[in-house]
Design a protein around this ligand. Structure first.
Ligand SMILES: *Cc1c(COP(=O)(O)O)cnc(C)c1O
Length: 392
């Protein structure tokens, strides 16, 4: 793809960027390079062994990882991208690289559990990094949480597990005016639906485990942004913390990413259909999905998610704890399991004892589900939910 410039569409880039003809065999797909080390030059003595710009050792950057970085940088509209072992390695990489003892960070009060654990417990407890959890759906609340020593704002939109929407451009404006870094966890949207860097974020974090791989069979994470920031993440979080992705997983994710736009179109359309069905069902107490007009963040989501609203929703029943479990046990197609963005639909029940209950809006307090809509026929998913709900 070296000779074609960046004007190509998202689908074309999903197919071609990072792939090339293998020089040795002529194969039109790049091979999986399962090697820990790469041949050294005649005189290796002046190499920086922690460098990630020459191929030395797979933890410093292997071939498959670099191909995947090329593809993802292109899809995120970024100068560069670092690919890591998991989405959590990517989050930890951002926090570890850009925060030091005495710094303060403002974090969305609705995030993936590991972001909460890192920012609310581990980094404050072990390294003296202070953090404030703020309601990022209100840009004024983010502004009010800033301190002179604030260095980073981290948000997630749509968020896990309440599907809260935060206005990326408005928060980016605050970050820019105060000289702070803004990182956005884009996992629930994927780069097909939403482009945080184009909206003014400095760093875009993805769990590749979810939509980008899309097949529920490989873990990975990525951070995209300006080269100077990504170089720091590679040097500190990949080479020296060791969160490198395996070549095989990088290859699987590369293969999955080819069909990302097609899969996202289907996830978006099917989720809107299922959310509409649930919202009018008499046994359903509430549905949180940004594609519904009833969602508090619908207007912002429409503005910043041109591709669609994603495949994940939260909902609760007009029934108690046991009935929520019973409904799941009656499902025949939708699987009770964590994760999201897979080809198959997945549901998780988060009960009324969930440890972050105090951060959730009141409608979540009686227990709720997170439902990730897969690639099955939406009619079959609706029928499955309808039969499972029919005892209520
Ligand atoms: C799953 C997830 C992560 C963590 O990714 P892993 O690949 O499981 O480490 C981070 N952020 C969000 C929003 C997620 O859904």
């Amino acid at each position: 793809m070296g000779t074609i410039d960046g004007k190509l569409g998202f689908l074309t880039r999903s197919v071609h960027v990072g792939n090339d003809i293998d020089r040795e065999t002529g194969a039109i797909r790049r091979p999986i390079t399962m090697a820990n080390s790469y041949a050294l030059p005649y005189d290796p003595s002046d190499l920086n062994w922690s460098s990630s710009d020459v191929r030395i050792y797979t933890r410093n950057g292997g071939a498959n990882q670099q191909y995947l970085q090329e593809k993802l940088a292109s899809l995120e509209g970024a100068e560069d991208c670092a690919v890591l072992a998991t989405g959590v390695a990517a989050l930890a990489g951002v926090f570890f690289t850009f925060l030091k003892s005495g710094d303060h960070a403002v974090v969305s009060d609705s995030t993936y559990i590991a972001a909460y654990r890192l920012m609310h417990e581990l980094l404050p407890g072990k390294y003296g990094i202070r953090t404030t959890l703020a309601d990022s759906s209100d840009p004024a609340a983010i502004h009010a949480a800033l301190r002179p020593e604030t260095k980073l704002i981290h948000i997630e939109t749509p968020s896990n597990p309440t599907i809260k929407i935060s206005d990326i451009a408005a928060i980016a404006e605050t970050a820019r005016s105060r000289g702070l870094l803004l990182s956005v966890d884009n996992t629930f949207a994927s780069p097909y639906n939403q482009c945080p860097l184009a909206l003014g974020a400095d760093l875009c974090v993805e769990s590749l485990t979810k939509y980008i791989n899309g097949h529920g069979d490989a873990m990975g994470g990525a951070v995209a942004g300006r080269r100077e920031l990504i170089d720091k993440i590679r040097a500190e979080a990949m080479v020296n913390l060791g969160g490198a992705v395996s070549p095989f997983n990088a290859w699987l994710i590369m293969r999955g990413a080819v069909t990302l736009p097609l899969r996202m179109r289907q996830h978006n359309a099917a989720a809107l259909q299922v959310a509409g069905f649930l919202e009018q069902h008499p046994a359903v107490r509430f549905v949180s999905y940004p594609g519904l007009e009833s969602h508090a963040g619908h207007t912002v989501a429409k503005k910043q998610m041109p591709g669609g609203f994603g495949g994940v929703m939260a909902f609760g029943l007009k029934a108690g704890h046991d009935a929520h479990n019973r409904m799941v046990s009656r499902l025949k197609i939708i699987t009770s399991a964590v994760s999201l963005g897979h080809d198959e639909s997945l549901i998780v029940f988060l009960g009324e004892q969930d440890e972050r209950q105090y951060l959730y809006p009141p409608e979540f307090h009686a227990g709720f589900y997170r439902l990730s809509i897969g690639l099955e026929d939406p009619e079959d998913l609706i029928d499955d939910l309808a039969q499972a709900l029919s005892f209520l």
